[in-house]
Write a protein that binds this ligand. Structure first.
Ligand code: HEM
Length: 453
């Protein structure tokens, strides 16, 4: 029988977890790494000394949570509730039948044929951004993270809204998203302050920022609906594709929610991933040369296409290795809906279960010398020998990242464009640390010298 405790997994004493709560707010990954070293690949602790949590880096357990026994889990309420308040209920935070209908409909937008169709426009937009980057770089070293935020915002915005949305509008929406996300994080880590945020007017201030962003998107939704035609972008798909079961179309409100959720999900994830790729290339410049040789051989001076980008095997391995060392989602969280037995571990109802991606990607049971940057880990034979759910930068099971193919395509395009057109190197020797918020960001700027080749 379950008596409310997690059994068969080592436990961090409550007092220790309570003492660590400040560190947990500042850098939860460093605390998790300490616990992992002391207790092994799966352990339990009380969040802030209070909420029961099971953290795991074991593929078998992760596979059970995300796939085999997924019916026993939901996304965590704290994140879902806070997100609904600011973003409404869309694919990212829905469950059950409602999730399945949205997922089926949105998946059409990520089909290979659609991605191939948007690629030429993406390459054109990127050329524009490269011109802006060179103008900035002429003044001195640039923060590559800041540049990547701009690049991915534009590319994701372009895939969603075609040419119609201006950079100024995208930047306003992008700023609104980051401000609101920072506010959501504050509410998650300091839930006792939520009543104060309401009384002091802070919640309403962020609602106003959200309404201003919504108004921009809604204006485009309505204009497109009236025009009746448009480019092969996502907005068109959302407006024109009916649900598989009822044949109804999405309401304008639902189109707004889904497009904003895709912007949130697709922008900061990719910009962080790319920042870490460039950082790692800066620290291992021999790979810049190898990628350049590969791009010269496969693409030469010609145009990038969906096919030739996916022939850049080494570039892809570098991306995979960067996502291993610095997974933008450093953890996934779920809540047990009822008492459940998970590969021999007894998990009571209400427990937060955390597939800890950062730690999984460093689990020495299947990663040799895990801190070493080594893209050859992703050569086919080595990758095949590893357990599934041992490498999960995009999650796993039915809720695996829906934008995973788009993210990889955009990263290949950006890296290949960069190495073909520019010389770049880190401007400072000091290592850049991690800042795990909702996503794994660099803790400070990544300054690079960039010049035209
Ligand atoms: C390197 C870039 C990216 C990374 C590392 C990443 C990672 C992830 C992860 C780990 C999940 C699963 C979360 C969970 O199970 O709780 C997820 C879900 C999701 N991602 Fe991504 N993502 C990236 C890019 C994108 C892009 C470009 C888009 C869209 C434009 C996108 C849209 C989504 C959506 C909508 C979901 C929710 C899917 C569902 O619940 O069915 N992501 N992503």
């Amino acid at each position: 029988m379950f008596d409310g405790t997690i059994t068969n997994a080592p436990h961090v004493p409550r007092g220790r977890a309570f003492l660590d709560s400040r560190d947990m707010i500042r850098n939860p990954v460093s605390v998790f790494e300490r616990y992992r070293e002391a207790l092994g690949p799966t352990f339990t602790f009380h969040f802030g000394g209070a909420m029961r949590a099971l953290v795991t880096t074991e593929p078998e357990l992760i596979g059970a949570v995300l796939k085999g026994q997924r019916e026993s889990f939901h996304k965590s309420d704290i994140q879902v509730e806070r997100m609904v308040e600011f973003q409404g209920m869309g694919l990212v935070n829905s469950h059950g039948e409602a999730w399945y209908r949205q997922r089926r409909l949105l998946a059409k937008g990520f089909a290979q044929s659609r991605m191939s169709a948007v690629l030429p426009l993406q390459a054109e937009v990127l050329d524009d951004l490269m011109t802006r980057l060179h103008a900035d770089a002429a003044e001195g070293p640039v923060d590559i993270h800041q540049q990547m935020v701009r690049v991915t915002l534009r590319l994701v915005g372009n895939a969603l809204f075609g040419r119609s949305m201006s950079m100024a509008e995208l930047e306003q929406i992008g700023d609104a998203i980051s401000d609101i996300q920072a506010f959501i994080v504050r509410q998650i880590v300091q839930p006792y302050k939520i009543p104060w945020f309401r009384i002091s007017g802070q919640t309403e201030a962020f609602q106003r920022i959200r309404r201003a962003g919504d108004a921009i998107v809604m204006q485009h939704v309505q204009a497109r609906r009236e025009a009746g035609t448009g480019e092969t972008d996502f907005l068109r798909l959302l407006l024109e594709t009916p649900y598989h079961d009822t044949g109804d179309n999405l309401t304008e409100e639902q189109v707004l929610i889904e497009s904003l959720q895709l912007m949130v999900a697709g922008n900061e994830t990719s910009s962080n991933a790319l920042s870490w790729v460039f950082y790692l290339l800066g620290r291992h410049p021999e790979y810049i040369e190898q990628i350049r040789a590969e791009v010269d051989e496969v693409v030469g001076t010609g145009a990038f296409s969906f096919t030739n980008l996916h022939e850049l095997a080494l570039t892809r391995r570098v991306i995979d290795e960067a996502l291993r060392l610095y997974p933008p989602f450093w953890m996934i969280d779920r809540i047990a809906l009822h008492d459940v037995e998970l590969c021999g571990v007894h998990v009571p109802k209400g427990t937060m279960v955390i597939p800890y991606i950062y730690g999984t990607h460093r689990n020495t049971a299947f990663w040799d010398d895990p801190e070493r940057f080594d893209p050859s880990r992703f050569e086919a034979a080595a990758a095949k020998a590893r357990p599934s759910f041992g490498y999960i930068p995009f999650g796993g099971g039915p809720r695996v990242c829906i934008g995973n193919g788009m993210a990889i395509m955009q990263m290949l395009l950006i890296i290949a464009t960069f190495v073909r057109e520019t010389d770049f190197a880190l401007a400072e020797d000091a290592p850049v640390g991690i800042k795990p918020m909702m996503l794994l960001r660099p803790d400070g700027p990544i300054m690079m010298r960039v010049s035209r080749r």
